[in-house]
Design a binder for this molecule. Structure first.
Ligand code: BGC
Length: 341
């Protein structure tokens, strides 16, 4: 049986190293060399496993059953109304008070020739868990390739019709966690549309809007600082970026969604997914009250999460992609964080 504090490490031939723990499958470190071979830990977090267990339980964690917000925690399936646990103002966020990020996942080594090393994480969520219908059986493979891709492969099956949206909540700082903010990171998104929010709590309006001419336009790439420091009304609402972007050309196959590059160190990452959206969140609620890696305070905009996903509140928005999973079907989601060495 895996314990909350058990730590697992994936290594490849190029000194890339991914570490995670049993609780929440939380990614507690990703070590990546820059062009000169200087290694930095590029995920925001704490210096020890004990601190990770005591700290922000979303850092690097697997989120579910429904990552992101469901307005008022309510949805309807086949005419039946469901009321989920509420944990974010009037809303349901990241699977509820006892989300998948707080569960101890069963971890075992996973053999697949495409990976230098891999582990499989498993969880059974009982019928009625956080008031979701159906028993959900979830597997997540964390695999690291010798091409410096950290692959997250999700699958899930249910015993009753339900909704699902799993994601990974690592915050990246390509210069190195604890070395300052990500304002000097260039972000490029293959997303000409996004889903605007209606207030500081970040619930989506249901509109799918063009990014052109707004702070949300990352199509040609620009620094995160330029967006976060702008007067754009959507930015002001959440003091940064906390928005879902609509990946161009979504067709269920793996596509390049994002590129993130620290302009100081040159460390760069690409994000690929087969999902329709990616939540970009610049860690606006970090307030320097906690000590993180390198003994530095975890400061506002100290990292950026790129959470591949179905859109927020999709079960209540007819124009958003489908998030319903039925018995006999398999939910599948792949996310690849590829480090460019
Ligand atoms: C959401 C933020 C939320 C954070 C909690 C992100 O995925 O977009 O609004 O505050 O998770 O850690």
């Amino acid at each position: 049986m895996t314990k909350a504090s058990d730590i697992f490490t994936l290594k490849n031939a190029n000194n890339v190293e991914v570490s995670f723990i049993g609780r929440g499958g939380q990614i507690v470190g990703i070590k990546v060399p820059d062009a000169k071979g200087e290694i930095a830990d590029v995920v925001v977090g704490y210096e020890t496993v004990d601190a990770a267990l005591a700290g922000d339980a979303y850092f690097g964690a697997l989120c579910g059953r429904y990552a992101n917000r469901i307005v008022n925690g309510q949805f309807e399936l086949d005419g039946e109304k469901f009321q989920l646990e509420i944990n974010n103002g009037p809303n349901h966020l990241h699977g509820g008070v006892d989300g998948f990020n707080l569960r101890v996942w069963e971890v075992e080594p996973y053999a697949d020739p495409k990976f230098a090393q891999a582990y499989k994480l498993s969880l059974v969520s009982p019928d009625g868990d956080q008031k979701y219908p159906g028993e959900l059986t979830v597997s997540v493979v964390y695999g690291l390739t010798d091409d410096n891709e950290f692959v997250i492969d999700y699958t899930a099956e249910t015993t009753k019709t339900t909704i699902i949206n799993l994601t990974s909540h690592a915050y990246f700082n390509m210069k190195g966690a604890g070395t300052g903010t990500v304002e000097n990171h260039e972000l490029q998104l293959n997303a000409s549309k996004y889903t605007p929010i209606d207030g500081e709590i970040g619930t989506v309006t249901g509109e799918i809007a063009e990014v052109k001419g707004t702070a949300m336009d990352f199509v040609d790439g620009k620094t995160i600082g330029e967006a976060c420091n702008s007067d754009d009304e959507q930015v002001k609402l959440v003091d940064g970026i906390d928005h879902n972007f609509v990946i161009d050309g979504y067709d269920g196959s793996l596509k390049l969604a994002a590129r993130l590059k620290d302009l100081d160190s040159g460390r760069e990452m690409e994000v690929y997914t087969d999902q329709p959206g990616v939540q970009i969140y610049t860690g606006s609620h970090f307030d320097s009250s906690e000590t993180g890696k390198l003994g530095a305070p975890i400061e506002k905009w100290g990292g950026v999460a790129l959470e591949t996903q179905i859109f927020p509140d999709a079960p209540n928005k007819d124009n958003f992609p489908n998030a319903v999973l039925k018995p006999g079907e398999t939910y599948k989601h792949t996310c690849v964080y590829k480090f460019i060495l």
